[in-house]
Design a protein around this ligand. Sequence first.
Ligand code: PAF
Length: 286
Amino acid sequence: MRTVHTVKELRQAVRSARTNGNTIGFVPTMGNLHAGHISLIERARQHCDFVVASVFVNPLQFDDASDLQRYPRTLPDDQAKLEAAQCDLLFAPSVDEMYPNGQPQLSTVHVPAVSEGLCGGSRPGHFDGVATVVTKLFNQVQPDQAFFGQKDWQQVAVIRKMVADLDMPLEIVAVPTARAADGLALSSRNGYLNDSERQRAPVLYQTLQHMAQQLQNNQPLTAVIDSGKQHLQDAGLRLDYLEIKRQHDLKQAGANDRDIIILAAVFLGPARLIDNLPLSLNRAFE
Ligand code: PAF
């Protein structure tokens, strides 16, 4: 695997792969790679001939300067994992390479509706930062397909809408959430947890599973949310949000919606953890 740090080198490498008749798969990341990222690379390998990954901790999408500062940067380790997963090309630009004219005057991309509420409500500007950097990365790499984890369901919805609204010529592939054996969704932020917090963390997914069961049993939506919140609080997790939405547009779920999703964000010690559970109800609820 080759690593390049400039847009010029990236374009040259992708152009030569394309000239040789290869399709291009792309996995954008912020590094500190875990098995969830590697499952994206593996999926890209199955679908495409030439796989490009990026590692870039994007300052634009952090609403909190200390969160940006402490975000783990582990490039040599990431390179070894990508190499082992048979990634072909790694793009690891500096902040100056990505934003050569600085950030204050930058043209940005705003995706309305799906970016509002949930993580967009708790982290103002976050999805503008994501949409902007992903647009730049798509323009730089020009992939046929790009691969994202379903753990960030709202992020995938934002990117899908952006690609559709702006006629971006690529396909977005969403890959199921990779989990630890105890159910905790894999995330770079799990590394912030101490041993006792790590032991408590699986209660997040357990709560979502329990709520899904209650919904399948046709229990009222509001009661399911209330008991889910209570469960998380009792376990010592501080709630950011716990909501039930429609899968396709993330609008409030209603009585006739069957393809719904439970989404949650909690604070546990120094970490903010998110997770979700999509489900299809056998019959309408409420
Ligand atoms: O999901 C992430 O790691 C980031 O939001 C992304 C898509 C790489 C954009 O910086």
